[in-house]
Design a protein around this ligand. Structure first.
Ligand SMILES: [Zn+2]
Length: 282
């Protein structure tokens, strides 16, 4: 069965602030992370070994907390251009750091970005702040909706220094589902480990709202989402590798497959849902 890991972090390591980098280093597979960051070819071999057909490579602009500048968009677009059928570039428009968010959304689509990441606790705004006068955020969602560009919103806690978890609650994205009903929204991490019930509710409530299970230890998945079969059409597999606390990609897949989840639901989560949202371009 083919597999899509919709949430892997291949990022320009040189942009990390030292404090943020401390959390990323000291991994046993540190050298691999560096190798894959500099070579899409090597990374594709890694995907082959893990039997992953396609991967979403998540990047976002976060000058204040992590250090990522708007250049991450061009960086990941260039990286994924090595094999665009298998590498899905996720970029972002930080509404505070761009002159015209709508124009930037269009530009990102043109350079090959397949989805936009919103990381409220690392970008320091709430996903619904457009209701409090943050107009550029509304402009970003509007244009993404118009262009059919999915938006992934980080939900759940973050331990990076300076991350503000008051923005990490899934329920803040309820407004986005109401105000942009045609926009495909993926709630990353399903609100783990504090707000899984909110994510479950939102995915059921909003027609175009999905979630990924990245960053959730597979052995915790059914404890966190005992009714996951009910939303099997709206759940995407992901690992969040090499994020803090995520040991390896392949072992996550193997553990996921041993869970008492029906074969048809597993197939939807591991592949079908993601390939429907991110079709392979001709
Ligand atoms: Zn992530």
């Amino acid at each position: 069965m083919p597999i899509i890991d919709i949430h892997i972090h291949i990022q320009p390591l040189e942009q990390f602030r030292p404090q943020a980098m401390d959390l990323m280093r000291h991994r046993p597979d540190d050298a691999d992370v560096v190798k894959y960051t500099t070579s899409p070819k090597e990374f594709l071999k890694f995907l082959d070994a893990a039997e992953i057909e396609r991967a979403g490579l998540i990047n976002y602009v976060s000058p204040d907390v992590i250090g990522f500048t708007p250049d991450v968009n061009d960086w990941i677009a260039r990286y994924c251009s090595a094999e665009p059928r298998r590498l899905l570039a996720f970029g972002s428009v930080h509404p505070k750091y761009v002159a015209d968010p709508a124009v930037e959304v269009e530009r990102l689509k043109k350079i090959g970005i397949r989805g936009l990441k919103v990381h409220p606790s690392h970008q320091l705004f709430a996903p619904n702040d457009y209701r409090n006068g943050f107009g550029p955020l509304r402009a970003m969602y509007e244009r993404a909706q118009g262009l059919g560009l999915p938006v992934m919103i980080h939900t759940g806690t973050s331990i990076f220094p300076g991350a503000r978890n008051v923005y990490a609650q899934p329920m803040l994205a309820d407004d986005v589902g109401i105000d942009f009903p045609e926009l495909v929204v993926i709630l990353a991490h399903g609100g783990r480990p504090l707000w899984m019930n909110e994510a479950f509710f939102l995915v059921r409530r909003h027609r175009n709202m999905y979630m990924d299970i990245s960053g959730i230890p597979p052995q915790k998945l059914l404890e966190y989402f005992p009714r996951i079969e009910e939303i099997a059409d709206k759940v995407l597999f992901g690992t969040d590798w090499p994020g803090p606390g995520v040991p390896a990609v392949r072992s996550n897949i193997d553990k996921f497959k041993t869970l008492p989840i029906s074969a048809s639901a597993q197939q939807k989560i591991l592949y079908d849902n993601a390939t429907r949202l991110f079709p392979v371009h001709a």
